[in-house]
Design a protein around this ligand. Sequence first.
Ligand SMILES: [Zn+2]
Length: 102
Amino acid sequence: MNFEKELEQGRFYIPECSACKKLVWPPSEFCDICNEETSLKKEDFEGKIIEFSRQNEEYFCVVEFCDSIRIMAKMMTKPKKDQIVKISNCGISEGSYYFHII
Ligand SMILES: [Zn+2]
């Protein structure tokens, strides 16, 4: 999947349907509404912290992008609810996606 090729390189791009323009999540080559192919929307996305929990010295946050897409991301400093963040580092490790935010 193109999404994963980019993610492996540390780039977070969101698949968008070429027909209805819906952002498709979980990432897929095809739109879950109209079955058309998706292409990656290449932007420097900003997300919003929905909630977070602390684990040792790290914080795990639920971050929402584009009002619809939610991911789990790690943050090293104390987050605030509704804080606007960007992905600083991301990739795939042992088959799972990971995201770090600042
Ligand atoms: Zn569509």
